[in-house]
Design a protein around this ligand. Structure first.
Ligand SMILES: Cc1ncc(COP(=O)(O)O)c(C=O)c1O
Length: 435
């Protein structure tokens, strides 16, 4: 007799006399999922590489230890490369992406300044609240659900509202929509508007050229496409953003959030004379350093292509199950996919997929709650993670009573995974890669 009454032979057989209510197949599957460790596929925090995890096991360093100084200065240089913003000064602060939003926007606006917010999902709402708390005058241009913004609509808004700052959420994690930063930023720049980009769900996974696109201030957080654990906010401050802060006439109301406190500290790390303003999160900095070292081993254009390839495989798998992405093909992100549930299926699907060993996320957009799920595929994510996730989604759908053609999503994804960019062979894969 085998473990828990399962006969250890070639097929799945159970001795009904031994199988008690407590030892149902579901329990056994759940136990198996626990043993294997749940695969983390939410749109952040994301799974991290074992090397990054190991870096966190190092004894805590003094913040003035030459090793830590070196880690920080190398990380700052690498971040400038990831953001492709050679003219900017990166800042790393202990905190999450929301801190970066707060720092980014608050340092650029004074009471009465105008802020134009481009809305493609719920994260624009945070910009609205931050702008309101800084007594800014706000205008919001909203994209239809799942779509990008019309450029003429934005041009008209800039010309009539004449904002000081325009915010762009590069990839909104609630809809899976990616906005095209380049034309939007160019339009704002030409009209002397400061461009602030929330790259929390994009930078490190999507194409991004801070300087060439005319972005004045951009930010992300450690737990997304950078491949580090949560806890660090990362910003790049360009010359125009810095000048806006320095030329401020009213007193800046924040203290920890004041970039004029942080910029000299970061510049000091890079020039070999680090200063102090708040104890840095030394262990997270050590882990971020390793994550960025790993990241630097993969040239950015290759990294961006890898994300596009992996995302295409995932989307092909989802489509093969008859499911639709919320984002339209021309606006869909490569870092995550927001998928509409089949008719009549709610959040129990997310729970069922979890039981199958993969952690995916519920919807957070009010119009999608209970009707869709979100899967992150960024950072340390490859074919193994995509196939495991699609397999778990198939079994999860089956568990919640949906008819599933087992293997359909895996087969569709395999077509693409077997043809990485550069050696795309099948027409189908080529078509998907182009979308
Ligand atoms: C696009 C975007 N902006 C901002 C945030 C806020 O970041 P955090 O949760 O790290 O505070 C998130 C979080 O998911 C995000 O996806």
């Amino acid at each position: 007799m085998g473990f828990y009454g399962i006969v250890p032979n070639k097929t799945w057989e159970v001795n009904p006399e031994v199988l008690t209510e407590r030892e149902r197949i579901e329990d056994i599957q759940a136990a198996a999922a626990r043993i294997q460790r749940t695969l983390l596929m939410i749109p952040g925090p994301t799974a991290i590489a074992p090397e990054v995890l190991a870096a966190g096991a190092r004894p805590v360093l003094s913040h003035s230890d030459p090793l830590l100084r070196n880690f920080v200065s190398e990380s700052l240089a690498r971040l400038r490369n990831v953001f492709d913003a050679p003219s900017s000064q990166p800042i790393i602060m202990a905190g999450s992406g929301t801190l970066a939003m707060d720092v980014g926007l608050a340092n650029l606006v004074e009471p009465g300044d105008r802020v134009l917010i481009l809305e493609s999902g719920v994260f624009a709402g945070r910009f609205k609240q931050i702008a309101a708390r800084n007594s800014a005058e706000i205008r919001v241009e909203t994209a239809p659900l799942g779509r990008g913004l019309d450029l003429d609509q934005v041009r008209r808004a800039i010309e009539s509202f004449r904002p000081k700052v325009m915010t762009i959420t590069h990839v909104d994690t609630s809809t899976g929509v990616r906005l095209e930063v380049e034309p939007l930023a160019r339009m704002a720049r030409e009209r002397d508007v400061l461009v602030l980009v929330d790259g929390v769900c994009s930078i490190g996974g999507e194409e991004f050229h801070g300087d060439a696109w005319g972005v004045d201030l951009a930010f992300t957080a450690s737990q997304k496409a950078l491949g580090a654990p949560p806890g660090l906010a990362v910003l790049t401050v360009g010359p125009r953003a810095r000048a806006a802060r320095e030329n401020r006439t009213s007193e800046f109301p924040g203290y920890f959030t004041d970039i004029t406190m942080w910029l000299p500290v970061m510049e000091g790390y890079e020039s070999g004379t680090p200063g102090y303003f708040g104890t840095p999160a030394v262990t997270l900095l050590t882990m971020l350093h390793t994550a960025l070292e790993e990241l630097a081993a993969e040239p950015m254009p290759i990294r961006v292509l890898r994300h596009a390839w992996i995302a295409s495989a995932f989307k092909a798998g989802i489509a093969a199950l008859g499911l639709e992405s919320v984002a339209a093909p021309e606006s869909i992100a490569n870092t995550l996919t927001v998928v509409r549930n089949p008719e009549g299926v709610g959040d129990e699907l997310v729970d069922a997929v979890h039981v199958e060993g993969v952690s995916i996320a519920r919807a957070i957009h009010p119009e999608l709650r209970g009707r869709s799920f979100r899967v992150g595929h960024m950072g340390v994510c490859g074919p193994a993670e995509i196939l495991t996730t699609l397999g778990a989604i198939e079994r999860g759908l089956y568990r919640v009573g949906h008819r599933v053609d087992f293997g359909a999503s895996l087969s569709a994804a395999q077509q693409i995974l077997a043809n990485p960019p550069g050696q795309v062979r099948s027409d189908a894969a080529e078509r998907v890669m182009r979308t």
